[in-house]
Design a binder for this molecule. Structure first.
Ligand SMILES: [Zn+2]
Length: 68
């Protein structure tokens, strides 16, 4: 079985879903979806401090990512 591939919202790297961390929209900011079961549109980010920081600072992108 092939793992679904997701694109990092910060750097654009494509990786297997299991290698990414998933985020969903919280009240005012993205929140990590630890077990991947939260409903709603998710965004993915590498498990990487730099990507995570970049992702969390890209506020302008959130609107599109989460279809706010
Ligand atoms: Zn990345």
């Amino acid at each position: 079985m092939t793992e679904p591939v997701r694109t990092c919202a910060a750097c654009g790297t494509k990786r297997g879903k299991g290698e990414m961390q998933r985020f969903v929209w919280g009240d005012e900011q993205p929140v990590r979806d630890a077990d991947g079961r939260c409903k709603g549109r998710g965004a993915y980010c590498c498990r990487d401090e730099i990507c995570l920081e970049r992702f969390l600072s890209q506020k302008k992108k959130w609107k599109r990512l989460f279809r706010l």
